[in-house]
Unconditional design. Structure first.
Length: 302
């Protein structure tokens, strides 16, 4: 068990409020009268979630966008964000604020507040964001809820961020679409709101398609079968990493939406059917008919 999952297991005895959903979902769901609030918090660390030396405006964009993606997976309309900022040099902080301005204006999301700290010289900086949204349907979709015979669907592309990161690391030319997928991901807020009232389960793909699909299957008490040939990988990614497409299924940072719905589902947005759910076989995930152990699914783990 990873350190992350071990720590979350320790926290579960504290997270007993129904809104916490047993710490097994992308966000907390709090009912307040006739409204339902969706709350999520994610952090970004230099050298872990972004490369050291990344443009601070890109870090700011990614910080907000990844949290908005969690709201998208609940079909929520954003109400605002709060941020925690590790101070740098004045010019660096100013560039970060311009990145915040760009992403908040793009998605019409207000900044509500937050906190600043100063870390010791040389320490890797960590940035946090709490995003608050309003549910647009009831019930709010969870990771759980997939049913036997449901298909597994994905809306959005898989692998563009991995391709962009790989090319940036190599130091060569990077197509704009691939660089943007890694540096400035797009939260699928419209698609999430359109899908939320119709699907049985939904989550965003942040830690890797295979790992996140396995998490949905486990939360639903099911096994999921994925056909790798059906996974939507863009022509740009195929051209950039032709020999590493298997890694693209495992790497993460896609921020696509993964959802369970009937096999004859008519999605209100472009979506690809990539697998199906069956009764538990002993493994949470079958890839091209082969059972994968948890470590084989790859994905981002702490």
């Amino acid at each position: 068990m990873s350190a992350e999952f071990a720590y979350i297991d320790l926290l579960r005895s504290l997270a007993t409020h129904p809104g916490a959903r047993g710490l097994a979902d992308d966000a907390a769901v709090i009912e307040l009268g006739s409204e339902t609030l969706i709350l999520t918090h994610d952090s970004i660390a230099e050298g872990m979630h972004v490369r050291c030396g990344t443009d601070p405006a890109d870090i700011a964009w990614k910080l907000i966008a990844t949290n908005l993606s969690d709201l998208a997976a609940k079909g929520a309309a954003p109400l605002g964000v709060l941020t925690a900022h590790a101070l740098g040099e004045p010019d660096w902080d100013a560039a970060f604020v311009e990145g915040l301005r760009a992403v908040l204006e793009t998605y019409d999301v207000p900044l509500l507040g937050g906190d600043t700290i100063r870390l010791p010289d040389g320490a890797a900086r960590v940035f946090g964001c709490t995003a608050i949204g309003r549910a647009t349907c009831s019930p709010v979709p969870a990771r759980s809820g997939a049913k036997p015979g449901d298909a597994l669907w994905v809306t959005g592309a898989i692998g563009d961020a991995f391709a962009g990161f790989t090319l940036i690391e190599a130091g060569g030319a990077v197509p704009d679409s691939l660089a943007a997928a890694y540096l400035r991901p797009v939260p699928l807020l419209f698609e999430g709101r359109a899908l939320a009232p119709l699907v049985h389960a939904m989550m965003d793909v942040s830690d890797g398609l295979l790992l996140d699909a396995a998490r949905m299957a486990e939360a639903s008490g099911m096994t999921v079968r994925i056909d790798s040939a059906r996974v939507p990988i863009s022509a740009a990614a195929r051209a950039a990493i032709p020999d590493r497409l298997d890694e693209a299924l495992r790497w993460g940072d896609d921020y696509a939406l993964l959802f369970a719905a009937p096999t004859d589902f008519e999605a209100p947005t472009a979506a690809a059917r990539i697998g199906d759910f069956i009764a538990v076989t002993g493994a949470a995930l079958l890839l091209d008919g082969r059972p994968l152990e948890p470590g084989d699914a790859g994905g981002y783990r702490h």
